[in-house]
Design a protein around this ligand. Sequence first.
Ligand SMILES: Cc1cc2nc3c(=O)[nH]c(=O)nc-3n(C[C@H](O)[C@H](O)[C@H](O)COP(=O)(O)O)c2cc1C
Length: 365
Amino acid sequence: MSSTWGDRVKISVFGESHGKAIGAVLDGLPAGEPLDFDEIALQMSRRAPGRDRSGTPRKESDLPQILSGVLNGTTTGAPLCAVIENTNTRSGDYENLRSVPRPGHADYPAALRYRGFQDVRGGGHFSGRLTAPLVFAGAVCRQILARRGVLIGAHVASVGAEKDIPFDPVCIPDEQLRRLSCVCFPVNSPEAESRIRAAIERARLTQNSVGGVVECAVTGVPAGLGGPLFGGMESAFSAVLFGIPACKGVEFGAGFGAAELTGAENNDAYYYDGGAVRTKTNRAGGILGGITTGMPIVFRAAFKPTPSIGLEQDSVDLNAKTNTRLRVQGRHDPCVVPRAVPVVEAAAALVLINAMNETNGGAEK
Ligand SMILES: Cc1cc2nc3c(=O)[nH]c(=O)nc-3n(C[C@H](O)[C@H](O)[C@H](O)COP(=O)(O)O)c2cc1C
């Protein structure tokens, strides 16, 4: 059941890139939550293709049609189902991929797993387009979380060798997260934006692609959510983040960098801030023992370069059983990172609403 996730608030994502429609069902949401549809449309447009000059020129309106679970603008508590029509498809671009798989994409392993019956058009169920329903679901969940004081924001931390300024993991102002979470190309430093855009443009001009890192922060998270071993918050975040196509790495707090530190360097010292226990640093990224500490949750998700590139590459012809060359057609993103930012935020929203319902600590209040 790899297209379904969650236990208290469950999401199922359905559809194929060039089928009739894609969509999501969200089950377990609290009833009586008013939804701001302009805010949902804003989040959808941040991810949609053709909105920012760094992405693919392919345009899709991505307007969700809500079939159930909302009445008079408010959640009813019944499963919320939203459908997004696929309107801009050029399936001919994908015809040859049935026998000649794209290096770096899911074409070859999917053909084995589904014995050739999978929909290859536009990447089918493996397409980045399937992140649209995820962003819709996240846009619903983050409104419910915001009413409980939980704010989420992310930025393009790096593309290739070009880096933005990271979050201060101890103190992340609400204003910073609000600003990031309403723009198409979110960065902490305006100076970094031009360098990062230039790196993406270089990839586009050379018919190549480039990868990068999204850094995400969540503030206002109550301490004590999650659990040890396999039920930990890191496991939950990772499960959803690795569900985002092209995500190849996830790290929390100091992450892989912690492996180079000593205990004295890595431990976050406690202190009382009025009545609240806080830590002076936050190399744990807000999670210890799989349980939230009450400090901001900070994590990074690494995205590989877009697999579909215009440069000719080596592949195989599975029908003729010969080696061959492939030049990928179609309208592809030279870098998925800017469009992945709202998807990462949506993933965080799903994880938190699920965790907060679990302990009755917030979402069911
Ligand atoms: C927002 C977004 C847009 C994407 N756009 C493209 C694209 O235009 N072309 C492409 O080949 N891959 C694109 N991808 C990535 C592929 O869907 C992904 O690499 C592929 O399904 C294989 O999965 P994996 O990389 O997770 O192993 C996109 C991913 C995301 C998150």
